[in-house]
Design a binder for this molecule. Structure first.
Ligand SMILES: Nc1ncnc2c1ncn2[C@@H]1O[C@H](COP(=O)(O)OP(=O)(O)OP(=O)(O)O)[C@@H](O)[C@H]1O
Ligand SMILES: [Mg+2]
Length: 644
């Protein structure tokens, strides 16, 4: 049976709806061991016919039968397989891949086999030796002469042991001596039992074959056998499959390395946006951390103050009174460890040695203050003792330490039980000085209670200090539970103030600022996305020919798509890694400075930030790759091969 049979092949090209008939009914069959020369005038449709036979063009009428079975109803995938296994192409203009060594140019065809990498290399080397290029395997195509290039193309066409070799004017660009050598090689291939079809314009070349076929007017007008076809049984071909994903990835990597300069620039360009986003995020957590540290170093994060009213209305605070029922209610809230009663006064006057100082705030001592806030002396735990903040104390004695143990007079106007103002005054002993930077004095609740009772008044509990167990998050949750408590009218009646409340509002602001800044830097990500689209599109245009070559070798559409996606993923990975390294360096440098200046590392890039940036970068690049890679995969193999 004939290995290849063409039945009534018709093919027309349409230009502006005008039909140009090129093939007008080709009927011919070919057998193993034949070396067929196809002659015919230029523009007569020889290449068109060869593209149909080679499975590059499936848009024709009629039928191509391989070993009796038709190609007509083959899917794209089956045609890919047909090109991969059955056909070896040799083109007039060589069609080698410029960025690969000639060894790799041959090996590409074997990447789709089950041979190991070493076996692929060995076989490719063997084939290159056979065509006389054993010493040049590490050269790139542009370092070879035309004849040498054509021999690489022959080695490549033979690599996967196809049954049919199609050579479209293989010697068109060669001198007489090279032509002879190439023809000898082709004849040798036929002698191994393959079918070799050579398109040529030269009668001398045609005379070399076993059979000469001539085309005219879109038909075969003569078909002569010159000598017997070779009778050798061809070796059974090797098993081939599409490229694996990692192979496409490696190919993309090779291609990137070949274009390393341009790709480095692209990588640096797109890492600028990523870099600024990481720095913004790192700076955000640094600033938040710094604020928290600053605030918690002043006050106890586990203590909050609770009052039943609106804390913004300062003069009213003195009228607030927590009943013992209220206090019990708060005490029973989950997370509350203990509760201390507290009271406030406003504008308290102090006198010592004819000197006067006025404190804006008076708070009974409570555990929102930390021990480290007491710079000198002790807290005012004992009855009739008082603690002054540094600023208040300075006005009584510039050497504030000397005040400790001294008696000073405290005078203030309280609001009495009948709502009228009641002046009160009491001599107290200074127990200690606090380093709090606002004007504050404190006695114990019991001391103030005694002053009230000696004036025949009952003290109000203006607020309570609630100690909460556990970490900051528990404080937040407990705070929320206290705020949600309702009075008998079903209304919320407790307000919570404290370091924690302030820190979380501050954090909200910092978060907001960071997110705004990060989004602004995000705009540069958009720029890098556009850049990637442009770069990949250029890459597709530049490599149209390469895509055509790969398709002719049986690389699938999906493989081509993977190739460009791999390139985008590689670019994304490289640019995110680059931006992470640069950001890490900057973090190191700036934190060195800020550790000295404010004793705190102000940039804190977390592992989560890093993962986030890699993810964002990959996402952008993959998104940007969709259009170019789709375009590349949809390229028509015949058109791509004729691209300049
Ligand atoms: N993609 C195409 N679109 C439109 N017309 C085309 C296309 N490809 C080829 N043709 C036309 O089809 C005809 C046959 O072209 P083909 O390349 O098959 O000729 P050929 O016999 O190989 O010629 P040559 O010997 O010069 O290589 C020519 O007239 C050509 O202009
Ligand atoms: Mg041609």
């Amino acid at each position: 049976m004939d290995i290849l049979e063409l039945n009534d092949i018709h093919k027309s090209y349409y230009i502006n709806d005008k039909e140009f008939k090129v093939l007008k009914g080709i009927d011919i069959s070919f057998n193993q061991g034949e070396f067929v020369s196809l002659l015919g005038e230029s523009g007569g449709g020889k290449s068109t016919l060869m593209n149909i036979v080679g499975g590059l063009d499936s848009n024709y009428q009629g039928d191509v039968l391989l070993n009796g079975s038709s190609l007509k109803h083959d899917t794209d995938k089956q045609l890919d397989e047909y090109r991969r296994k059955t056909i070896g192409f040799i083109f007039q203009n060589f069609n080698l891949i410029g960025h690969m060594t000639i060894l790799d140019n041959v090996r590409v065809a074997l990447e789709m086999s089950n041979l190991s990498h070493a076996e692929q290399n060995k076989r490719s080397e063997g084939l290159l030796k056979r065509v006389g290029l054993g010493e040049h395997i590490h050269k790139h195509p542009n370092q070879l002469s035309g004849g040498q290039k054509q021999r690489v193309a022959i080695a490549r066409a033979l690599a996967s042991e196809p049954d049919i070799i199609i050579a479209d004017e293989p010697t068109g660009a060669l001198d007489a001596q090279n032509t002879d050598e190439i023809l000898k090689l082709l004849d040798e291939i036929a002698s191994e039992g393959k079918l070799v079809i050579t398109v040529t314009h030269s009668d001398k070349v045609a005379a070399y074959g076993t059979r000469v076929v001539h085309m005219a007017n879109g038909k075969i007008d003569s078909d002569k056998q010159l000598r017997e076809p070779y009778k050798t049984e061809p070796s059974s071909g090797m098993s081939l499959r599409p490229l694996r994903m990692y192979q496409a990835f490696l190919m993309a990597f090779q291609q990137m390395m070949y274009n390393i300069k341009r790709n480095s620039l692209v990588m640096i360009g797109s890492s600028i946006g990523l870099f600024s986003v990481i720095i913004m995020l790192g700076l955000g957590s640094g600033i938040k951390g710094y604020i928290n540290e600053q605030i918690y170093s002043q006050v106890n994060p586990n203590s909050v103050q609770v009052l039943n009213g609106d804390p913004d209305n300062t003069t009213d605070i003195l009228k607030y009174d927590m009943s013992s029922k209220d206090i019990d209610k708060v005490k029973s809230v989950k997370g509350v460890k203990s509760v201390e009663k507290g009271a406030m006064e406003l504008s308290v006057q102090l006198n010592y040695n004819k000197k006067t100082s006025v404190a804006q705030d008076f708070n009974t001592y409570n555990s929102t203050l930390l021990d480290k806030n007491i710079s000198k002396g002790k807290k005012p735990n004992k009855l009739n003792t008082i603690m002054l903040s540094e600023g208040v104390a300075k006005k009584l004695n510039s050497r504030t330490k000397d005040l400790i143990g001294k008696k000073i007079r405290m005078t203030f106007t309280a609001i009495g039980n009948d709502g009228k103002q009641v002046p009160m005054s009491k001599e107290l002993t200074v127990s200690g000085i606090s380093n709090i930077d606002y004007s504050l004095i404190s006695t114990s609740y019991d001391t103030l209670k005694k002053i009230y009772s000696s004036n025949n008044q009952k003290i109000k509990t203006n607020f309570i200090t609630v100690n909460i167990s556990g970490g900051v998050s528990n404080v937040k949750a407990t705070q929320k539970r206290i705020e949600d408590l309702k009075n008998s009218n079903g209304k919320k009646n407790f307000t919570v103030t404290g370091a924690n409340a302030e820190v979380s509002t501050l954090n909200t602001y910092v978060n907001l600022a960071v997110n705004v800044l990060a989004s602004i830097s995000g705009i540069s990500l958009l720029v890098s996305a556009i850049m990637i689209i442009v770069v990949l599109s250029i890459s597709v245009s530049e490599r149209t020919k390469e895509i055509g070559i790969l398709r002719a070798l049986g690389v699938t559409k999906g493989n081509i798509r993977e190739l460009f996606f791999s390139e985008a993923i590689l670019l994304g990975l490289c640019s995110s890694l680059f931006s992470i390294i640069i950001a890490g360096l900057l973090e190191f440098l700036i934190n060195n400075i800020s550790n000295q200046a404010i004793k705190y590392p102000i940039i804190q890039i977390s592992p989560l930030n890093i993962v986030f940036i890699i993810f964002v970068s990959l996402f952008i690049n993959i998104l940007a790759a969709i259009i170019p890679s789709e375009r590349a995969s949809k390229l028509d193999p015949v058109d791509s091969l004729s691209a300049e």
